[in-house]
Design a protein around this ligand. Sequence first.
Ligand code: BYC
Ligand code: FE
Ligand code: FE
Length: 473
Amino acid sequence: MSHISDEKIPNNVNLTEDKKLQRALEQWQPDFLRWWMDMGPSGFQAHQVYLRTAVGVDANDWAHYDFVKMPDYRWGIFLADPVTDRRIPCGDSVGQPAWQDVPGEHRNTLRRLIVTQGDTEPASVEQQRMLGHSCPSMYDLRNLFQVNVEEGRHLWAMVYLLHRFFGRDGREEAEELLARRSGNEDHPRILGAFNEPIDDWLSFFMFTMFTDRDGKYQLLALAESGFDPLSRTTRFMLTEEAHHMFVGETGVGRVVQRTAELMRQAKDGDVRRAGGVDLATLQKYLNLWYSLSLDLFGSEVSTNAASFFAAGLKGRVKEEKFQDHVALEGAYPMEIPDRTGQLTRDEVPLRSAMNEVLRDAYVEDCQRGVDRWNKFLADAELSERFALPSRRFHRHQGVFAGLFFDPQGKPLSAEEWERHKDDWLPSAADRTFVKSLQAKAIVDPGKMANWIAAPPRGINGKPIEFEYVRAEA
Ligand code: BYC
Ligand code: FE
Ligand code: FE
Protein backbone atom coordinates (compact mmCIF):
# COMPACT_ATOMS: atom_id res chain seq x y z
CA MET A 1 0.00 0.00 0.00
CA SER A 2 1.31 3.46 -0.82
CA HIS A 3 2.17 5.79 1.99
CA ILE A 4 -0.81 6.99 4.04
CA SER A 5 -0.32 9.38 6.86
CA ASP A 6 -2.15 9.71 10.18
CA GLU A 7 -2.16 13.45 9.88
CA LYS A 8 -5.15 15.73 10.24
CA ILE A 9 -5.51 15.62 6.47
CA PRO A 10 -4.73 12.13 5.13
CA ASN A 11 -2.70 12.44 1.95
CA ASN A 12 -0.13 10.96 -0.36
CA VAL A 13 1.32 14.31 -1.41
CA ASN A 14 3.83 14.75 1.43
CA LEU A 15 1.87 17.53 3.03
CA THR A 16 4.13 17.57 6.12
CA GLU A 17 6.99 18.70 3.91
CA ASP A 18 5.18 21.84 2.83
CA LYS A 19 4.25 23.53 6.10
CA LYS A 20 2.78 26.60 4.47
CA LEU A 21 0.44 24.57 2.31
CA GLN A 22 -0.41 22.29 5.22
CA ARG A 23 -1.34 25.29 7.37
CA ALA A 24 -3.45 26.82 4.62
CA LEU A 25 -5.38 23.58 4.14
CA GLU A 26 -5.76 23.10 7.89
CA GLN A 27 -7.28 26.56 7.99
CA TRP A 28 -9.72 25.69 5.24
CA GLN A 29 -10.67 22.39 6.95
CA PRO A 30 -12.92 23.89 9.69
CA ASP A 31 -14.67 26.01 7.05
CA PHE A 32 -15.30 22.85 5.05
CA LEU A 33 -16.69 21.11 8.13
CA ARG A 34 -18.94 24.04 8.92
CA TRP A 35 -20.21 23.91 5.35
CA TRP A 36 -20.71 20.12 5.69
CA MET A 37 -22.75 20.55 8.89
CA ASP A 38 -24.87 23.33 7.36
CA MET A 39 -25.31 22.00 3.84
CA GLY A 40 -24.46 18.29 4.03
CA PRO A 41 -26.94 15.42 4.60
CA SER A 42 -29.73 16.56 6.90
CA GLY A 43 -30.70 14.47 9.92
CA PHE A 44 -27.95 11.83 9.97
CA GLN A 45 -24.78 13.58 10.99
CA ALA A 46 -24.69 11.78 14.36
CA HIS A 47 -25.39 8.34 12.87
CA GLN A 48 -22.79 5.65 12.33
CA VAL A 49 -22.66 4.88 8.62
CA TYR A 50 -20.96 1.91 6.96
CA LEU A 51 -18.73 3.81 4.53
CA ARG A 52 -15.71 3.22 2.41
CA THR A 53 -12.88 5.68 2.90
CA ALA A 54 -10.10 6.22 0.39
CA VAL A 55 -6.83 5.41 2.14
CA GLY A 56 -4.44 5.15 -0.79
CA VAL A 57 -4.28 4.72 -4.53
CA ASP A 58 -3.33 1.05 -4.97
CA ALA A 59 -5.74 -0.54 -7.43
CA ASN A 60 -6.67 -3.43 -5.13
CA ASP A 61 -6.32 -1.84 -1.77
CA TRP A 62 -7.39 1.78 -1.94
CA ALA A 63 -10.48 1.72 0.23
CA HIS A 64 -11.29 0.84 3.82
CA TYR A 65 -14.88 -0.01 4.94
CA ASP A 66 -16.07 0.73 8.44
CA PHE A 67 -18.65 2.56 10.51
CA VAL A 68 -18.00 6.26 10.79
CA LYS A 69 -20.01 9.35 11.64
CA MET A 70 -20.04 11.46 8.51
CA PRO A 71 -18.46 14.56 10.12
CA ASP A 72 -15.58 12.27 11.20
CA TYR A 73 -15.04 10.96 7.65
CA ARG A 74 -11.37 11.28 6.78
CA TRP A 75 -11.46 13.38 3.63
CA GLY A 76 -8.02 13.02 2.16
CA ILE A 77 -5.91 14.20 -0.74
CA PHE A 78 -4.85 11.43 -3.08
CA LEU A 79 -3.15 11.65 -6.44
CA ALA A 80 -2.75 8.63 -8.70
CA ASP A 81 0.87 7.49 -8.95
CA PRO A 82 2.97 9.53 -11.37
CA VAL A 83 3.64 8.13 -14.83
CA THR A 84 7.38 8.18 -15.49
CA ASP A 85 8.38 10.77 -18.07
CA ARG A 86 4.78 11.70 -18.82
CA ARG A 87 4.34 13.95 -21.87
CA ILE A 88 1.68 16.47 -22.85
CA PRO A 89 -0.76 14.20 -24.69
CA CYS A 90 -2.33 16.67 -27.14
CA GLY A 91 -2.44 20.13 -28.62
CA ASP A 92 0.27 22.51 -29.80
CA SER A 93 2.83 21.30 -27.25
CA VAL A 94 2.18 17.59 -27.71
CA GLY A 95 5.17 15.45 -26.73
CA GLN A 96 6.79 18.05 -24.45
CA PRO A 97 7.27 17.01 -20.82
CA ALA A 98 4.02 17.38 -18.85
CA TRP A 99 3.94 20.43 -16.58
CA GLN A 100 4.56 19.83 -12.90
CA ASP A 101 3.76 23.46 -12.22
CA VAL A 102 1.25 25.86 -13.75
CA PRO A 103 2.53 27.50 -16.94
CA GLY A 104 2.08 31.26 -16.55
CA GLU A 105 0.23 31.68 -19.84
CA HIS A 106 -2.40 29.09 -18.85
CA ARG A 107 -2.83 30.12 -15.25
CA ASN A 108 -6.24 31.77 -15.53
CA THR A 109 -7.69 29.14 -17.82
CA LEU A 110 -6.54 26.31 -15.60
CA ARG A 111 -7.85 27.99 -12.50
CA ARG A 112 -11.21 28.40 -14.16
CA LEU A 113 -11.35 24.74 -15.23
CA ILE A 114 -10.45 23.59 -11.72
CA VAL A 115 -12.95 25.94 -10.09
CA THR A 116 -15.72 24.83 -12.47
CA GLN A 117 -15.03 21.19 -11.75
CA GLY A 118 -14.67 21.85 -8.01
CA ASP A 119 -17.93 23.76 -7.83
CA THR A 120 -20.01 20.79 -8.98
CA GLU A 121 -18.89 18.59 -6.08
CA PRO A 122 -20.32 20.53 -3.11
CA ALA A 123 -23.25 21.57 -5.30
CA SER A 124 -24.39 17.96 -5.63
CA VAL A 125 -24.17 17.45 -1.86
CA GLU A 126 -26.37 20.51 -1.35
CA GLN A 127 -28.87 19.29 -3.93
CA GLN A 128 -29.19 15.93 -2.20
CA ARG A 129 -29.19 17.05 1.40
CA MET A 130 -32.83 16.28 2.27
CA LEU A 131 -33.05 12.85 0.65
CA GLY A 132 -32.24 10.88 3.80
CA HIS A 133 -35.71 11.69 5.11
CA SER A 134 -37.41 9.78 2.29
CA CYS A 135 -35.04 6.89 1.56
CA PRO A 136 -36.44 3.68 0.05
CA SER A 137 -34.19 1.44 2.16
CA MET A 138 -31.24 1.51 4.52
CA TYR A 139 -29.06 0.13 1.73
CA ASP A 140 -29.95 3.12 -0.45
CA LEU A 141 -29.52 5.53 2.44
CA ARG A 142 -25.99 4.28 2.91
CA ASN A 143 -25.26 4.62 -0.82
CA LEU A 144 -26.51 8.21 -0.79
CA PHE A 145 -24.14 9.07 2.04
CA GLN A 146 -21.28 7.26 0.31
CA VAL A 147 -21.78 9.39 -2.77
CA ASN A 148 -22.07 12.54 -0.63
CA VAL A 149 -18.85 12.05 1.34
CA GLU A 150 -16.97 11.22 -1.85
CA GLU A 151 -18.22 14.35 -3.59
CA GLY A 152 -16.89 16.12 -0.52
CA ARG A 153 -13.53 14.46 -1.13
CA HIS A 154 -13.62 15.55 -4.77
CA LEU A 155 -13.98 19.10 -3.51
CA TRP A 156 -10.87 18.52 -1.39
CA ALA A 157 -9.06 17.27 -4.49
CA MET A 158 -9.74 20.52 -6.36
CA VAL A 159 -9.06 22.69 -3.31
CA TYR A 160 -5.68 21.02 -2.93
CA LEU A 161 -4.78 22.10 -6.49
CA LEU A 162 -6.03 25.64 -5.84
CA HIS A 163 -4.05 26.01 -2.61
CA ARG A 164 -0.94 24.30 -3.89
CA PHE A 165 -0.61 26.00 -7.26
CA PHE A 166 -2.61 29.23 -7.31
CA GLY A 167 -1.46 31.15 -4.24
CA ARG A 168 -3.77 33.75 -2.85
CA ASP A 169 -6.22 33.61 -5.76
CA GLY A 170 -6.49 29.89 -5.22
CA ARG A 171 -7.26 30.31 -1.52
CA GLU A 172 -9.94 32.85 -2.33
CA GLU A 173 -11.49 30.51 -4.87
CA ALA A 174 -11.45 27.73 -2.25
CA GLU A 175 -13.47 29.93 0.09
CA GLU A 176 -15.91 30.79 -2.70
CA LEU A 177 -16.44 27.07 -3.34
CA LEU A 178 -17.96 26.93 0.16
CA ALA A 179 -19.94 30.14 -0.29
CA ARG A 180 -21.94 29.54 -3.48
CA ARG A 181 -25.18 27.64 -2.93
CA SER A 182 -27.05 25.32 -5.25
CA GLY A 183 -30.26 26.96 -6.45
CA ASN A 184 -29.57 30.26 -4.70
CA GLU A 185 -30.68 33.16 -6.88
CA ASP A 186 -28.05 35.58 -5.69
CA HIS A 187 -25.11 33.22 -5.35
CA PRO A 188 -25.76 30.10 -7.43
CA ARG A 189 -23.46 27.25 -8.37
CA ILE A 190 -21.70 27.74 -11.71
CA LEU A 191 -23.29 25.14 -14.01
CA GLY A 192 -26.99 24.74 -14.81
CA ALA A 193 -27.70 21.16 -13.71
CA PHE A 194 -26.19 21.85 -10.31
CA ASN A 195 -28.83 24.40 -9.46
CA GLU A 196 -31.75 22.06 -10.17
CA PRO A 197 -33.60 20.51 -7.24
CA ILE A 198 -33.01 16.81 -6.44
CA ASP A 199 -35.79 16.34 -3.95
CA ASP A 200 -36.97 12.82 -4.72
CA TRP A 201 -35.12 9.55 -5.15
CA LEU A 202 -35.99 9.07 -8.78
CA SER A 203 -34.22 12.36 -9.50
CA PHE A 204 -31.29 11.20 -7.38
CA PHE A 205 -30.93 7.95 -9.33
CA MET A 206 -31.27 9.76 -12.68
CA PHE A 207 -28.73 12.35 -11.54
CA THR A 208 -26.16 9.74 -10.52
CA MET A 209 -26.83 7.87 -13.77
CA PHE A 210 -26.59 10.86 -16.12
CA THR A 211 -24.95 13.77 -14.32
CA ASP A 212 -22.28 11.81 -12.46
CA ARG A 213 -21.58 10.23 -15.85
CA ASP A 214 -20.91 13.69 -17.25
CA GLY A 215 -18.48 13.90 -14.34
CA LYS A 216 -16.83 10.72 -15.56
CA TYR A 217 -16.32 12.15 -19.05
CA GLN A 218 -15.13 15.56 -17.86
CA LEU A 219 -12.70 13.82 -15.52
CA LEU A 220 -11.50 11.55 -18.35
CA ALA A 221 -10.84 14.67 -20.43
CA LEU A 222 -9.00 16.36 -17.55
CA ALA A 223 -7.04 13.15 -16.91
CA GLU A 224 -5.46 13.91 -20.31
CA SER A 225 -4.34 17.33 -19.12
CA GLY A 226 -0.75 18.37 -19.69
CA PHE A 227 -0.89 19.85 -16.18
CA ASP A 228 0.20 16.66 -14.46
CA PRO A 229 -1.18 17.27 -10.94
CA LEU A 230 -4.65 17.76 -12.45
CA SER A 231 -4.29 14.57 -14.46
CA ARG A 232 -3.21 12.57 -11.40
CA THR A 233 -5.98 13.97 -9.20
CA THR A 234 -8.73 13.27 -11.69
CA ARG A 235 -7.43 9.78 -12.43
CA PHE A 236 -7.95 8.85 -8.79
CA MET A 237 -11.35 10.58 -8.61
CA LEU A 238 -12.50 8.31 -11.44
CA THR A 239 -11.92 5.30 -9.18
CA GLU A 240 -14.56 6.60 -6.77
CA GLU A 241 -16.85 7.85 -9.54
CA ALA A 242 -17.61 4.33 -10.77
CA HIS A 243 -19.69 3.65 -7.65
CA HIS A 244 -21.77 6.81 -8.14
CA MET A 245 -22.84 5.66 -11.60
CA PHE A 246 -23.47 2.18 -10.22
CA VAL A 247 -25.87 3.72 -7.70
CA GLY A 248 -27.69 5.56 -10.49
CA GLU A 249 -27.86 2.82 -13.07
CA THR A 250 -28.85 0.07 -10.65
CA GLY A 251 -31.18 2.42 -8.77
CA VAL A 252 -33.21 3.17 -11.89
CA GLY A 253 -32.85 -0.48 -12.95
CA ARG A 254 -34.45 -1.64 -9.71
CA VAL A 255 -37.32 0.80 -10.19
CA VAL A 256 -37.83 -0.56 -13.71
CA GLN A 257 -37.85 -4.13 -12.40
CA ARG A 258 -40.37 -3.31 -9.72
CA THR A 259 -42.57 -1.43 -12.18
CA ALA A 260 -42.52 -4.41 -14.55
CA GLU A 261 -43.54 -6.65 -11.67
CA LEU A 262 -46.41 -4.36 -10.67
CA MET A 263 -47.56 -4.12 -14.29
CA ARG A 264 -47.94 -7.87 -14.41
CA GLN A 265 -49.64 -8.07 -11.01
CA ALA A 266 -52.05 -5.15 -11.27
CA LYS A 267 -55.21 -6.46 -12.93
CA ASP A 268 -56.05 -3.09 -14.45
CA GLY A 269 -52.38 -2.45 -15.32
CA ASP A 270 -52.46 0.78 -13.30
CA VAL A 271 -48.97 0.91 -11.84
CA ARG A 272 -49.55 4.16 -10.03
CA ARG A 273 -52.51 2.75 -8.19
CA ALA A 274 -50.37 -0.23 -7.28
CA GLY A 275 -47.88 2.18 -5.70
CA GLY A 276 -45.19 2.10 -8.38
CA VAL A 277 -43.69 4.56 -10.86
CA ASP A 278 -45.22 4.09 -14.31
CA LEU A 279 -42.94 3.75 -17.33
CA ALA A 280 -44.09 7.06 -18.84
CA THR A 281 -42.99 8.94 -15.72
CA LEU A 282 -39.64 7.15 -15.73
CA GLN A 283 -39.11 8.22 -19.35
CA LYS A 284 -39.87 11.84 -18.43
CA TYR A 285 -37.32 11.85 -15.60
CA LEU A 286 -34.81 10.29 -17.98
CA ASN A 287 -35.52 13.03 -20.56
CA LEU A 288 -34.99 15.73 -17.96
CA TRP A 289 -31.71 14.59 -16.42
CA TYR A 290 -30.18 13.45 -19.68
CA SER A 291 -30.85 16.79 -21.37
CA LEU A 292 -29.63 18.80 -18.35
CA SER A 293 -26.47 16.69 -18.37
CA LEU A 294 -25.90 17.18 -22.12
CA ASP A 295 -25.74 20.91 -21.39
CA LEU A 296 -22.74 20.32 -19.13
CA PHE A 297 -20.54 19.58 -22.14
CA GLY A 298 -20.82 23.21 -23.34
CA SER A 299 -21.49 24.38 -26.84
CA GLU A 300 -21.22 22.14 -29.91
CA VAL A 301 -19.02 24.78 -31.51
CA SER A 302 -16.70 26.23 -28.89
CA THR A 303 -13.63 28.40 -29.13
CA ASN A 304 -13.08 27.72 -25.41
CA ALA A 305 -12.93 24.00 -26.12
CA ALA A 306 -10.55 24.62 -29.04
CA SER A 307 -8.19 26.64 -26.88
CA PHE A 308 -8.30 24.12 -23.98
CA PHE A 309 -7.27 21.42 -26.45
CA ALA A 310 -4.67 23.57 -28.22
CA ALA A 311 -3.09 24.45 -24.89
CA GLY A 312 -3.01 20.80 -23.82
CA LEU A 313 -5.18 21.54 -20.78
CA LYS A 314 -8.02 19.16 -21.65
CA GLY A 315 -7.84 16.18 -24.02
CA ARG A 316 -10.18 13.57 -25.45
CA VAL A 317 -11.15 10.35 -23.69
CA LYS A 318 -8.12 8.05 -23.87
CA GLU A 319 -6.20 10.43 -26.08
CA GLU A 320 -3.65 7.68 -26.84
CA LYS A 321 -6.27 5.87 -28.91
CA PHE A 322 -6.33 8.70 -31.44
CA GLN A 323 -3.81 8.91 -34.30
CA ASP A 324 -3.62 12.68 -34.58
CA HIS A 325 -3.11 14.51 -31.28
CA VAL A 326 -2.85 17.97 -32.82
CA ALA A 327 -6.26 18.04 -34.50
CA LEU A 328 -5.48 21.02 -36.70
CA GLU A 329 -6.73 19.16 -39.72
CA GLY A 330 -10.04 17.54 -40.25
CA ALA A 331 -13.56 18.64 -39.63
CA TYR A 332 -16.49 17.37 -37.65
CA PRO A 333 -19.79 17.27 -39.56
CA MET A 334 -22.64 18.75 -37.57
CA GLU A 335 -26.26 19.72 -38.00
CA ILE A 336 -26.50 23.38 -37.02
CA PRO A 337 -29.91 25.03 -36.65
CA ASP A 338 -30.93 28.42 -37.96
CA ARG A 339 -33.17 30.71 -35.91
CA THR A 340 -36.27 28.68 -36.69
CA GLY A 341 -34.65 25.36 -35.80
CA GLN A 342 -34.19 24.20 -39.41
CA LEU A 343 -30.98 22.22 -39.64
CA THR A 344 -28.17 22.62 -42.13
CA ARG A 345 -25.11 20.46 -42.35
CA ASP A 346 -21.87 22.17 -41.49
CA GLU A 347 -18.24 21.18 -41.19
CA VAL A 348 -16.77 22.39 -37.91
CA PRO A 349 -12.96 22.50 -37.48
CA LEU A 350 -12.12 19.57 -35.23
CA ARG A 351 -10.64 21.58 -32.37
CA SER A 352 -13.78 23.70 -32.11
CA ALA A 353 -15.86 20.52 -31.97
CA MET A 354 -14.10 18.99 -28.95
CA ASN A 355 -17.11 19.45 -26.66
CA GLU A 356 -19.15 17.46 -29.16
CA VAL A 357 -16.50 14.77 -29.50
CA LEU A 358 -16.63 14.30 -25.72
CA ARG A 359 -20.43 14.36 -25.78
CA ASP A 360 -20.42 11.58 -28.41
CA ALA A 361 -18.54 9.26 -26.05
CA TYR A 362 -20.94 10.18 -23.25
CA VAL A 363 -24.06 9.53 -25.33
CA GLU A 364 -22.80 6.08 -26.29
CA ASP A 365 -22.15 5.25 -22.66
CA CYS A 366 -25.64 6.44 -21.65
CA GLN A 367 -27.15 4.29 -24.40
CA ARG A 368 -25.47 1.19 -22.98
CA GLY A 369 -27.13 1.89 -19.62
CA VAL A 370 -30.54 2.42 -21.20
CA ASP A 371 -30.11 -0.86 -23.10
CA ARG A 372 -29.64 -2.63 -19.79
CA TRP A 373 -32.87 -1.09 -18.44
CA ASN A 374 -34.64 -2.21 -21.60
CA LYS A 375 -33.39 -5.72 -21.01
CA PHE A 376 -35.43 -5.75 -17.76
CA LEU A 377 -38.53 -4.82 -19.78
CA ALA A 378 -37.79 -7.51 -22.36
CA ASP A 379 -37.18 -10.09 -19.62
CA ALA A 380 -40.60 -9.22 -18.20
CA GLU A 381 -42.09 -9.71 -21.67
CA LEU A 382 -43.18 -6.10 -21.93
CA SER A 383 -43.08 -4.39 -25.30
CA GLU A 384 -42.35 -0.83 -24.09
CA ARG A 385 -38.79 0.51 -24.32
CA PHE A 386 -36.91 3.52 -22.94
CA ALA A 387 -35.07 5.79 -25.33
CA LEU A 388 -32.61 8.65 -25.01
CA PRO A 389 -34.22 11.79 -26.44
CA SER A 390 -32.52 13.63 -29.31
CA ARG A 391 -29.54 15.75 -28.31
CA ARG A 392 -31.51 18.76 -29.51
CA PHE A 393 -34.33 18.21 -27.01
CA HIS A 394 -34.63 20.65 -24.06
CA ARG A 395 -31.22 22.27 -24.35
CA HIS A 396 -30.10 25.44 -22.57
CA GLN A 397 -26.48 25.60 -23.74
CA GLY A 398 -25.05 25.47 -27.20
CA VAL A 399 -26.49 25.87 -30.68
CA PHE A 400 -29.90 24.39 -29.78
CA ALA A 401 -30.50 26.65 -26.78
CA GLY A 402 -33.53 28.88 -27.12
CA LEU A 403 -35.06 26.62 -29.78
CA PHE A 404 -37.69 23.93 -29.35
CA PHE A 405 -37.49 20.29 -30.42
CA ASP A 406 -39.47 17.20 -29.57
CA PRO A 407 -37.74 14.09 -28.15
CA GLN A 408 -37.23 12.82 -31.72
CA GLY A 409 -35.43 16.06 -32.58
CA LYS A 410 -38.15 17.60 -34.76
CA PRO A 411 -38.26 21.44 -34.61
CA LEU A 412 -41.31 22.86 -32.85
CA SER A 413 -42.82 26.28 -32.38
CA ALA A 414 -42.86 27.77 -28.89
CA GLU A 415 -46.61 27.13 -28.76
CA GLU A 416 -46.24 23.47 -29.68
CA TRP A 417 -43.56 23.08 -27.04
CA GLU A 418 -45.78 24.65 -24.38
CA ARG A 419 -48.65 22.37 -25.35
CA HIS A 420 -46.55 19.19 -25.09
CA LYS A 421 -43.83 19.81 -22.59
CA ASP A 422 -45.68 18.05 -19.77
CA ASP A 423 -45.82 14.95 -21.98
CA TRP A 424 -42.04 14.89 -22.18
CA LEU A 425 -40.76 16.30 -18.90
CA PRO A 426 -41.99 15.67 -15.35
CA SER A 427 -45.02 17.87 -14.68
CA ALA A 428 -45.81 19.34 -11.28
CA ALA A 429 -48.35 16.52 -10.86
CA ASP A 430 -45.76 13.85 -11.75
CA ARG A 431 -43.36 15.24 -9.19
CA THR A 432 -46.06 15.34 -6.55
CA PHE A 433 -46.94 11.75 -7.35
CA VAL A 434 -43.33 10.53 -7.17
CA LYS A 435 -42.89 12.33 -3.86
CA SER A 436 -46.11 10.80 -2.53
CA LEU A 437 -44.57 7.34 -2.96
CA GLN A 438 -41.64 8.46 -0.84
CA ALA A 439 -43.51 10.23 1.93
CA LYS A 440 -41.97 8.01 4.59
CA ALA A 441 -38.36 6.84 4.96
CA ILE A 442 -37.96 3.05 5.01
CA VAL A 443 -35.25 2.30 7.53
CA ASP A 444 -35.93 -1.26 8.73
CA PRO A 445 -32.83 -3.18 7.67
CA GLY A 446 -33.51 -5.20 4.51
CA LYS A 447 -36.94 -3.69 3.88
CA MET A 448 -37.59 -1.95 0.52
CA ALA A 449 -40.13 0.71 -0.41
CA ASN A 450 -42.92 -0.69 -2.57
CA TRP A 451 -41.78 1.19 -5.70
CA ILE A 452 -38.29 -0.31 -5.95
CA ALA A 453 -36.91 -3.86 -6.17
CA ALA A 454 -34.29 -5.13 -3.75
CA PRO A 455 -30.69 -5.08 -5.01
CA PRO A 456 -29.17 -8.48 -5.81
CA ARG A 457 -26.55 -8.08 -3.08
CA GLY A 458 -25.40 -5.80 -0.28
CA ILE A 459 -22.29 -3.65 0.11
CA ASN A 460 -18.78 -5.09 0.46
CA GLY A 461 -20.02 -8.65 0.99
CA LYS A 462 -22.50 -7.65 3.70
CA PRO A 463 -26.06 -8.96 3.40
CA ILE A 464 -28.84 -6.71 2.09
CA GLU A 465 -30.46 -6.72 5.55
CA PHE A 466 -27.27 -5.48 7.22
CA GLU A 467 -27.81 -2.42 9.40
CA TYR A 468 -25.78 0.01 7.27
CA VAL A 469 -26.83 3.14 9.17
CA ARG A 470 -27.03 3.04 12.96
CA ALA A 471 -28.47 5.53 15.35
CA GLU A 472 -26.42 4.64 18.43
CA ALA A 473 -23.32 6.66 19.21
N1 BYC B 1 -24.24 25.97 -17.29
O1 BYC B 1 -17.79 27.24 -25.20
P1 BYC B 1 -18.89 26.94 -24.24
C1 BYC B 1 -19.23 16.43 -12.04
C2 BYC B 1 -20.84 28.62 -20.17
S1 BYC B 1 -19.87 17.02 -13.52
C3 BYC B 1 -23.86 27.26 -17.21
O2 BYC B 1 -20.17 26.42 -24.69
P2 BYC B 1 -17.07 25.70 -22.57
C4 BYC B 1 -20.18 15.97 -11.02
C5 BYC B 1 -19.34 28.54 -20.28
O3 BYC B 1 -18.73 28.59 -19.00
C6 BYC B 1 -18.45 17.58 -14.43
N2 BYC B 1 -22.94 27.84 -18.02
O4 BYC B 1 -18.47 25.90 -23.19
C7 BYC B 1 -21.33 15.30 -11.38
C8 BYC B 1 -19.04 29.73 -21.16
O5 BYC B 1 -19.02 30.92 -20.38
P3 BYC B 1 -18.15 32.21 -20.86
C9 BYC B 1 -18.19 19.03 -14.24
C10 BYC B 1 -22.37 27.07 -18.97
O6 BYC B 1 -16.41 26.93 -22.15
C11 BYC B 1 -22.21 14.91 -10.40
C12 BYC B 1 -20.24 29.81 -22.07
O7 BYC B 1 -21.29 29.12 -21.41
N3 BYC B 1 -16.93 19.36 -14.81
O8 BYC B 1 -18.07 16.40 -11.87
O9 BYC B 1 -16.39 24.72 -23.43
C13 BYC B 1 -21.95 15.14 -9.06
C14 BYC B 1 -20.02 29.20 -23.43
O10 BYC B 1 -19.06 28.20 -23.31
C15 BYC B 1 -22.70 25.72 -19.12
C16 BYC B 1 -16.76 20.24 -15.74
O11 BYC B 1 -17.67 20.85 -16.24
C17 BYC B 1 -23.69 25.18 -18.24
N4 BYC B 1 -24.10 23.89 -18.33
O12 BYC B 1 -17.56 25.08 -21.21
C18 BYC B 1 -20.78 15.81 -8.72
C19 BYC B 1 -15.34 20.43 -16.22
N5 BYC B 1 -21.99 25.23 -20.16
O13 BYC B 1 -16.75 31.73 -21.04
C20 BYC B 1 -19.90 16.21 -9.69
C21 BYC B 1 -14.86 21.83 -16.20
C22 BYC B 1 -21.24 26.22 -20.64
O14 BYC B 1 -18.80 32.65 -22.13
N6 BYC B 1 -15.53 22.71 -17.16
N7 BYC B 1 -21.45 27.34 -19.91
O15 BYC B 1 -18.33 33.14 -19.68
C23 BYC B 1 -15.35 22.69 -18.51
O16 BYC B 1 -14.60 21.87 -19.01
C24 BYC B 1 -16.07 23.65 -19.39
O17 BYC B 1 -16.01 24.87 -18.78
C25 BYC B 1 -17.52 23.27 -19.70
C26 BYC B 1 -17.87 23.76 -21.09
C27 BYC B 1 -17.71 21.79 -19.72
C28 BYC B 1 -18.48 23.89 -18.72
FE1 FE C 1 -17.38 14.05 -8.03
FE1 FE D 1 -19.78 11.59 -8.54
